[in-house]
Ligand binder design. Sequence first.
Ligand code: F6P
Length: 359
Amino acid sequence: MLRIGILTSGGDCQALNATMRAIVRTVLNESKEPAEFYGFLDGYRGLMYGHYRKLDWTDVSGLLTVGGTILGTSRTPFKYLDQPDEHGLNKVEAMKSTYRRLKLDYLCVLGGNGSLKTANRLNEEGLKVIGLPKTIDNDTWGTDMTFGFPSAIDIATKAIDDIKTTASSHGRVFVIEIMGHKVGWIPLYAGVAGGADVILIPEIPYEMDKVVKAIEQREKRGGRFAIVVVAEGAITKEEAALPKKEYKARVAQRTDPSVAYALAREIEARTGRETRVAIPGHTQRGGAPDAEDRIFASQCGAVAGHAIVEGDSGFLVAKVDGKMTRVPLADIAGKLKYVDPESDLVREARELGISFGDE
Ligand code: F6P
């Protein structure tokens, strides 16, 4: 009997259920021995406290198109992993003990960066762990793609498309805030797909003067409205030059609800143009996975399931140069995949006349 634990951890995304479905189906299809699946509830918490539900073929049937996660999820920050919980429980030991008590052979972790760090730690502690690259942010090191990212791009692009019609009617400037605290993958892709005039991402610090210049230039060229796409974590050149401590203090002093509001206020003051803010927020993680996500999630689950049947673990399922592959967890844990400011897409966007607020 093969016994496989599965958990979904960190911020959710659209293709978690589709990935779990693919793991279960592949193992049941390929394994010569029977298999049992233990779905831990609310991420690592379920593993810690032994909260789970059994999953079989019928439980995952129909999940390909269902967003969210049937297991629930939670954030269990890696930096607190070695701090006992409120009852004094050693979290790592508790997780190992659940794994051993249920006689698990493998643990599949569907998670982003923090969750994969924990996955690597558990792997180092002797559990057989397989990581699957979940996050709308697409910032997982070692893979060109993560599931959730394609659907999030679609939603963010649709938000830009929809804003454009009203922006045009009123001749307004719109600042649209897109998810991405540390990385700017979604704002970059959705900004290009949605035809933004300005895209501001954490990897390319901006200057307000340059943003204003881009908006004025668009007006001179006859544009009735302008779209500024800003990542949640976009920063100015001046902020980027500050020591980390000072930058944090500066952020703590902010009175605007988010970066988009500060930007909109400044744009309105400097250009005299009526400026509004739109924030699609968590809709970017919501709803059904798109076709690309369903395919990639299915591939990821199939690779994980196949590896289980083969007896392999200790890796992240990844896509590299268009090929599905396995990358050691130890090689990716704790690293972030940033947008390369010199990448083709950034250069081509500039060639199209999109401003990144830096030149
Ligand atoms: O990591 C996914 C993500 O949606 C980020 O893009 C965003 O910055 C963050 O999570 C929001 O976190 P929360 O759901 O905890 O508000």
